[in-house]
Design a protein around this ligand. Structure first.
Ligand SMILES: *[C@@H]1O[C@H](CO)[C@@H](O)[C@H](O)[C@H]1NC(C)=O
Length: 503
């Protein structure tokens, strides 16, 4: 078995190779050899406009108890098991006592500065009777799962936990976003999608920011890269940042199905749910559609709303998502013809939506008095759908009405030109060329639906923002494997000057 480890600091790297058995009973000696990886702090990316930071939530860290099947970090009496067939990159932050460790076939342990393992002989009094504890695998965690990301406007906000709420499509990194994997952390993410690439502006891994396409693709093919990213598509960096102050389209609508397949919609507590564009579930709340002009600045407006309204105690429970969307346009409300960019503000209060409606009214008032200074040409509160109506029946009804109207016009024209004669009287109720008047009447009644229905099809589908729900499920699928071929300790950032030791 080959067991190798590399640690790198900004100037020196050491590689430790170990040939041995798959079970190490005396790890103390082995791990004493390991020098510590010095992990760089994230360099701040400044000057990005209208892009967000999207941080991957799960990790594959040794110290995170959710990563262990027994729900606790192993201690000195425990036998640590990485299952042989699973690939994983594990970040170890501090020093740990173990009784025994079973290593995987393909995996790596990334040791933080000062981290390591030592073996306790016999039972560790601080640990009690030992158990065999296994590291859970993270193979099922998908890039396109909106519950696994958190968004923030700046890196500081990310660190301080000031996260932004987004519709599902935008919870997943957009093409102009900076993607962050936590600095003192490793991870495993499935990047499968129907597209060949997942373009983003930059990706930071273990504190190193990648914004050059070639450098990142080189990283992806490195040992760590292969363990951290798997799946059919590859993430590419170097996509331009959003240069438009009015905002940019996220670009995730191509992945709508995939994103929504991971989302479970909750039950709604309101009568008239809404369907925000880019969201997977219906929501109770309010939607404002803003028509902007060239002087609109999305970032500034978001800040204005935050300071003016969201900071008020009465709006404490509000979640507000603001983004540029491409709203599908329909000729006469039916025939799709392109899309127009608008700003969509989705306001949720987690309850009936009454509080959201109040905030929406406040925002409209603000726009009425200051709109021209804010670059806002107009705004309206999107009306709720009537209960029970849905897009399919709406479109069907509108189509039906139009067809009937067209038929009437044709018949009237034909009658007028004398091409078709009016039937002589009640004797022929249903001539094939001319449906009966009673049928017309019945059909045109559908017209009443028009108003109600028309509002309905602006939006996709969606639910409440309890996005973290399925994380625990994903984590509970256990059995991870690593086997004894190679455990590599790699600091991806710097691996020149490697020194080999063999034990
Ligand atoms: C541990 O992992 C869980 C699930 O991925 C994550 O939500 C949590 O933030 C992690 N804990 C720490 C301390 O990072």
């Amino acid at each position: 078995m080959n067991f190798s480890s590399k640690q790198c600091c900004s100037h020196v790297c050491h590689k430790v190779g170990i040939k041995g058995h798959n079970i190490f009973r005396s790890l103390a000696q082995t791990f004493k050899m390991l020098k510590v990886a010095q992990v760089l702090l994230i360099c701040s990316l400044v000057g990005a406009t209208n892009a967000l930071y999207k941080q991957w939530i799960p990790d594959t860290n040794y110290e995170n108890k959710t990563n262990w099947d027994k729900g606790k970090v192993p201690c000195g009496s425990d036998t640590v098991q990485f299952s042989s067939q699973r690939k994983v990159s594990v970040f170890v932050e501090t020093t740990h006592a173990v009784q025994e460790m079973v290593l995987p076939m393909d995996g790596e342990l990334i040791l933080n500065s000062g981290a390591g393992f030592y073996v306790v002989s016999g039972q560790d009094p601080d640990c009690g009777a030992g158990v065999r504890t296994e590291f859970k695998h993270a193979d099922l965690l998908q890039w396109f799962n909106p519950a696994l990301w958190q968004a923030a406007a700046t890196l500081n906000d990310l660190q301080d936990g000031h996260f932004l709420f987004s519709v599902h499509e935008e919870s997943v990194p957009c093409q102009q976003d900076d993607v962050v994997f936590k600095a003192l952390s490793s991870f495993r993410v499935d990047t499968s999608s129907s597209q060949t690439t997942i373009p983003v502006k930059s990706v930071s891994v273990l504190g190193k920011v990648f914004d050059s396409k070639s450098e990142f693709s080189e990283y992806l093919s490195s040992q760590s890269g292969l363990l951290q990213f798997h799946g059919s598509s590859s993430v590419t960096v170097g996509n331009p940042s959003c240069g438009d102050a009015t905002g940019c389209d996220c670009g995730n609508s191509v992945n709508h199905e995939r994103i929504c397949s991971t989302v479970t919609c909750g039950t709604l507590s309101c009568e008239k749910p809404l369907l925000p564009i880019g969201h997977c579930c219906e929501v109770c709340g309010a939607i404002i559609v803003i028509h902007y002009s060239d002087s609109f600045n999305l970032e500034n407006y978001r800040g204005r709303i935050r300071h003016l309204f969201l900071s008020l105690p009465k709006y404490e429970s509000i979640q507000l998502a603001m983004s540029k969307i491409l709203k599908p346009q329909r000729l006469m409300g039916i025939i799709p013809f392109g899309s127009s960019p608008e700003i969509q503000v989705v306001i949720l209060d987690g309850e009936t939506g009454k509080l959201s409606e109040a905030l929406a009214q406040d925002m409209i008032k603000d726009i009425k008095s200051h709109g021209s200074n804010l670059g806002i040409a107009g705004a309206e509160i999107q009306p709720a759908r009537e209960p029970g109506s849905n897009t399919g029946t709406v479109v069907g009804a509108v189509f039906g009405v139009l067809l009937v109207v067209a038929l009437i016009v044709i018949v009237v024209v034909l009658l007028h030109k004398g091409i078709v004669q009016m039937p002589s009287m009640p004797s022929m109720p249903s001539m094939p060329s001319m449906p009966s008047l009673s049928r017309f009447r019945r059909n045109t009644d559908v017209d009443d639906l028009d108003g109600a229905t028309d509002r309905g099809f602006d939006n996709p589908i969606f639910d409440k923002p309890d996005m973290l729900n399925n994380i625990s499920d994903l984590y509970s699928t256990d059995s991870i494997s690593m086997t004894q071929t190679g455990v590599h300790f790699i600091n991806p950032a710097y691996d020149e000057n490697e020194t080999d030791f063999t034990i």
